[in-house]
Ligand binder design. Structure first.
Ligand code: NAD
Length: 434
């Protein structure tokens, strides 16, 4: 398994739990040192224990040395990052191609080179060409195996997937992939076998669809605020329609994270390159930016038009609960606007500080929501960590200089806020008061 990030490490640990022998490789010596000490470099619930169990059983190990990891391997997974390339929105494939070249130089016997990273349609063929060019003698196949796990629920998602997608070109590769995923197939989790291009497309289409669903409900929420409807009731009523489904219908401050922003941009770029503009996806990208900006306006309204000199308590900055991932989090748009506007921002996040410190300069990190609220003029719930779902609102209001709340995840209600003594409360897609 090349790459021990959110996807590579979880996949490696879970494959070893299936009973396979797994060696995880990374270029980052700090990560490998931590892993060798039994420490998990990312925050992912349950990962530490599962990792320890499989290391103990002798099925899982970590190394910086790809050559030793590849020896005797039937499959090599590429699970490195594919961030947005600067300037044009295209996925940056340099890490994937570098890994492919390294594999080519080091593999000796037949091996299936599996791309787990999210990559544009055509990349697996490019990987094949790259390997062929670097090592014309090598007997190998490529396979596309996009990953659908969600950070924060990654182990469950990997162990109980809605489906596994495998794109192959040869029966031999299909056989190896089937063997790898047999433990899931035996428990009736479907493995969908496709051609390479379809597997690559499934991943982008799925992510763009989910980003569209979130953005759709966020846009409806904006309208709800104007017409006096309540987005929670609307989502509930819509989601009961089996054709729509209730998941991904919770309105919020705009999508973020390591996947939706970059994958929607990459799909839009693929469309442009093939003269088939992805108009819906392009619109979604624009509306999502607009929604994040509207959050800033909401907060400004609660601060009487200016952030200058205000103390703002920010609860949650990671892009969603149960992860320490800050990549493209809405906080990265919202918090700098507050700091830039002259506010003193106190941030409380159960896991976000480690990543967030460098990304959010000029804020104060506090351990406790009640400390964050001390003398504050505004309290913002930005990430719905469990820790923030049952706060003592009365205690918070009493500590604040001006008890005002922006609940950007609809955790509380007007009734809760009024009862606790808040002077103003605003949320998403519902009437507030000021
Ligand atoms: P990440 O940045 O957390 O991890 C990537 C790792 O690869 C890093 O540790 C890096 O040091 C390592 N690496 C890069 N080049 C290497 C090389 N040549 N040899 C060894 N190690 C190397 O990335 P991630 O979030 O795990 O995402 C990986 C891929 O999976 C991306 O394409 C992403 O789109 C996709 N994906 C991510 C998620 C998610 O929730 N994070 C979900 C599904 C799919």
């Amino acid at each position: 398994m090349i790459g021990t990030g959110y996807v590579g490490l979880v996949s490696g640990v879970c494959f070893s739990d299936f009973g396979h022998d797994v060696v995880c490789v990374d270029k980052d010596p700090k990560k490998i040192e931590m892993l060798e000490r039994g420490e998990v470099p990312i925050y992912e619930p349950g990962l530490g224990a599962l990792m320890a169990k499989n290391v103990e059983a002798g099925r899982l190990s970590f190394t910086l040395d790809l050559a030793s990891a590849i020896e005797g391997a039937e499959a090599v997974f590429i699970a490195v990052g594919t961030p947005t390339r600067r300037g044009d929105g295209h996925a940056d494939l340099s890490y994937v191609m570098a890994a492919a070249e390294e594999i080519a130089m080091m593999a000796k016997d037949y091996v299936v080179v599996v791309t787990k990273s999210t990559v544009p349609v055509g990349t697996n063929r490019q990987v094949k060409q790259t390997i062929k060019k670097a090592n014309p003698e090598l007997d190998f196949d490529v396979a596309s195996n996009p990953e659908f796990l969600r950070e924060g629920a990654a182990i469950d998602d990997f162990m109980k997937p809605d489906r596994v997608v495998v794109g192959v070109q040869s029966d031999k590769a299909a056989e190896v992939m089937n063997e790898i995923y047999r433990p899931l197939e035996m428990r009736d989790f479907p493995v969908v076998v496709t051609d390479l291009e379809s597997a690559e497309m499934i991943k982008y289409a799925a992510n763009a669809f989910l980003a569209t669903k979130i953005t759709f409900i966020n846009e409806i929420a904006m309208l709800c605020e104007k017409v006096g409807a309540d987005i929670k009731q609307v989502s509930n009523g819509m989601g009961m329609d089996a054709r729509i489904g209730s998941k991904f219908l919770q309105a919020g401050p705009g999508y973020g994270g390591s996947c939706f922003p970059k994958d929607t941009k990459a799909l839009a770029r693929i469309g442009q390159e093939h003269a088939v503009p992805m108009q819906i996806t392009e619109t979604v990208i624009g509306v999502n930016e607009e929604i994040k900006r509207r959050m800033i306006t909401k907060l400004e309204d609660l601060c009487e038009g200016s952030f200058n000199g205000k103390i703002i308590a920010m609860l949650g900055v990671t892009f969603k609960p149960d992860t320490d991932d800050m990549r493209d989090a809405p906080a990265l748009t919202i918090v700098p606007a507050l700091v830039g506007g002259g506010a003193k921002v106190r941030v409380c996040d159960p896991q976000g500080q480690h990543e967030g410190e460098a990304l959010l300069p000029g804020v104060n990190w506090v351990e406790d929501p009640y400390k964050a609220a001390q003398n504050a003029d505004l309290l913002v719930v930005l990430t719905e960590w469990n820790e923030f779902r049952a706060l003592d609102l009365k205690k918070l209001a009493n500590k604040m200089a001006l008890p005002r709340m922006a609940d950007l995840r609809n955790v509380y209600s007007v009734k809760d806020a009024k009862r606790a003594g808040f002077e103003a409360y605003d949320s998403i897609g519902r009437a507030g008061f000021i």
